[in-house]
Design a protein around this ligand. Structure first.
Ligand SMILES: [Zn+2]
Length: 91
C-alpha cells in the first residue's frame, strides 16, 4: 500500500487523496493578480500539459482527511514519492 505523508495528518493511505494536477505550472496572469491575457494564452495554460518522465511536482488534496491541498514530488515512472509539502510553499 502506498502511503502519502500529509503535512497536517501524517502518513495516510493513497486512497484518501485525490490528484489535483501539475504543480509546476503558473497561471499566465499570476492567478488573477497580473495583467489580463488573451483567450488563446489562457487556453494553452488550461489544456496544454507536458507528460514528463521522472520527478514531477503535483497537487493532491487530502479528500478523506483534512481536505487541504498538498504538493507531492513524485516519480511518474516508479511512483516513488520524494517529498511532500504544504501547497504553495515551493521547493
Ligand atoms: Zn491531511
Amino acid at each position: 500500500m502506498l502511503l502519502i505523508s500529509c503535512p497536517y495528518c501524517g502518513e495516510r493511505p493513497e486512497e484518501e487523496f485525490a490528484f489535483g494536477g501539475d504543480a509546476s505550472v503558473v497561471p499566465p496572469n499570476g492567478a488573477g493578480e497580473g495583467a489580463p491575457v488573451g483567450t488563446e494564452t489562457f487556453a494553452d495554460y488550461l489544456y496544454l500539459r507536458d507528460n514528463p518522465k521522472g520527478r514531477h511536482r503535483e497537487h493532491w488534496i487530502h479528500r478523506y482527511g483534512c481536505q487541504r491541498w498538498i504538493e507531492v514530488e513524485r516519480d511518474t515512472v516508479t511512483h516513488e514519492i520524494h517529498a511532500v509539502r504544504v501547497a504553495g510553499e515551493g521547493k
